[in-house]
Write a protein that binds this ligand. Structure first.
Ligand code: APR
Length: 254
């Protein structure tokens, strides 16, 4: 693809307009311009400041639920204070205009929904889908002092069994939600075009979705300012950020 932004936007827009089914796969980079830290790469990314093995595993929760819960409350607070950006809104507008756009996200925030998108699959769960760590009961009770930036915050107690209330995100070593994964693989198999926005492509099985789409005949376009583990699998790469590329794509499409 030509390196001029308008030319790339027009070329990808043409692909979108020609595609019967579009699947959009997003990662943490999709939320970066809303002020939500990504997991890897930059010095202020989550994993450069925290050890994922100490925070995003069931063993970490068993060892110190108050530390893990405080970290997720901090992330929930950041998401609540964040706003969807023009890229989120452009994706929602594109889906309203195009007959078949499926949105699969690795993100656990709700910025796509708050921009008006329907998310077909949150393959790594959702920050705000709280449930009991012990009995699995869904929890929609009070979150307590949400603004506290304490390093340890005891999780709320399950009203049914007294267990700790955990975030509904997929921790390392846990299985992806069956329904979300089935929806994601179905969208990847059936699409003619997959737009991969803001993911390093390092965490499987989600990182295997672009290859699955390609095996079923789809064209894959990566939208990311940096090269990734997926760049070699993409038919085209668009070195731009989500908030730059997606509004341009919307403007250039029919
Ligand atoms: N626009 C688009 N892409 C961006 C932007 C931006 N403004 N800023 C950063 N990126 C890109 C980075 O270049 C990187 O490739 O977003 C990607 C972020 O990569 P990660 O931080 O690894 O996030 P992600 O790929 O979503 O991680 C996958 O790993 O830790 C788990 O469960 C977590 O869902 C997450 C999974």
């Amino acid at each position: 693809m030509d390196t001029m932004p308008d030319a790339i936007a027009s070329a990808v827009a043409r692909r979108v307009d020609e595609a019967g089914r579009v699947c959009v796969l997003t990662g943490a980079g999709m939320s970066a311009e809303s002020g939500v830290p990504t997991f890897r790469g930059t010095q202020d990314s989550l994993w450069s400041r925290f050890d994922p093995m100490r925070l995003a595993t069931a063993d970490a929760w068993r060892a110190d639920a108050s530390l893990v819960w405080a970290w997720y409350r901090w992330r929930m607070r950041i998401v609540r204070q964040a706003q969807p950006h023009a890229g989120h809104r452009a994706l929602a507008a594109l889906a309203r205009r195009h007959p078949c756009v499926s949105l699969v996200t690795q993100n656990v925030d709700d910025l796509h929904e708050r921009a008006g998108s329907t998310v077909n699959a949150h393959v790594h769960g959702s920050l705000f889908a709280l449930r009991c760590f012990d009995c699995g009961l869904a929890y929609d009770g009070p979150l307590g002092d949400f603004l506290s930036d304490a390093q340890r915050v005891p999780p709320m107690a399950c009203p049914a069994c007294g267990g700790g209330i955990r975030p509904g995100v997929v921790w390392f070593g846990e299985a992806l939600p069956d329904d979300a994964w089935d929806a994601a693989t179905d969208a990847a198999r059936r699409c003619d075009l997959m737009l991969v926005v803001g993911t390093s492509g390092l965490v499987h099985p989600a990182a295997g979705l672009p290859a699955l789409a390609r095996r079923h005949g789809a064209t894959v376009v990566e939208i990311n300012p940096e090269p990734t583990a997926l760049s070699g699998e993409a038919d085209h790469v668009w070195r731009a950020t989500a908030a730059e590329a997606l509004p341009g794509l919307l403007a250039a499409s029919a």
